[in-house]
Ligand binder design. Structure first.
Ligand code: VGL
Ligand code: ZN
Length: 192
């Protein structure tokens, strides 16, 4: 079912967002095997793969010590900022770091990054998105992708929310903006 002009974006599947991490997303680890299987399918179909990382300076404005809402997390080059190894990202995956300026929050992987330029270079039309967390980085990344004119497919079993109700609201908002939702099984079936 994958076709030319499809790309996969794995959002912030980093140790700090997994159980035991500094900003653990409940059941965040459940997305890892699902996304690993999707990555394999995209590799098999020669479709490009992107992975975003939350990549903050130690005194980032989103941290509580600076008046923000979050405990310190995903500090650049720290172990917690590492992408889950079990995703088995291919060596040619493109890593997109965001939230790198001390005074700017960036939930969207498009914000202050070259992601849009990369996707345009590759003639991407349809962007599959999975990762963490549903109501923050997945939501804002998907909304930006829609605004930029991409067809968006959210992998419904490859996302998890920090807050259950917040996650449901995010999904409703994305549906209103005409994001598509697909189970990963649909991506894995019927390889061309
Ligand atoms: C995220 C909270 C703070 C996310 C990043 O990746 O969804 N959430 N920083
Ligand atoms: Zn962050």
């Amino acid at each position: 079912m994958l076709r030319d002009n499809d790309a996969l974006l794995v959002v912030d599947v980093q140790r700090d967002f997994l159980p035991g991490g500094a900003l653990a997303v409940p059941d965040g680890d459940k997305v890892v095997p699902v996304l690993a299987a999707c990555i394999e399918a995209f590799v098999r179909n020669d479709c490009p793969i992107f992975a975003s990382r939350d990549w903050h300076p130690p005194d980032h404005c989103s941290f509580q010590a600076s008046g923000g809402p979050w405990p310190p997390h995903c500090i650049a080059d720290s172990p917690g900022a590492t992408i889950a190894a079990a995703l088995h990202l291919p060596a040619n995956a493109t890593i997109i770091d965001k939230g790198r300026s001390v005074d700017q929050e960036a939930y969207s992987a498009f914000e202050g990054t070259a992601l849009d330029a990369h996707l345009k270079d590759l003639h991407t039309r349809r962007l599959f998105i999975g990762g963490l967390a549903t109501e923050y980085c997945v939501l804002n990344t998907a909304l930006d992708a829609l605004r930029l004119g991409y067809e968006v497919v959210v992998l419904q079993d490859a996302i998890r929310a920090i807050d259950q109700a917040g996650g449901e609201q995010a999904i409703e908002k994305l549906q209103r903006r005409h994001a598509g939702f697909m189970h990963s099984a649909a991506v894995l079936d019927r390889q061309r």
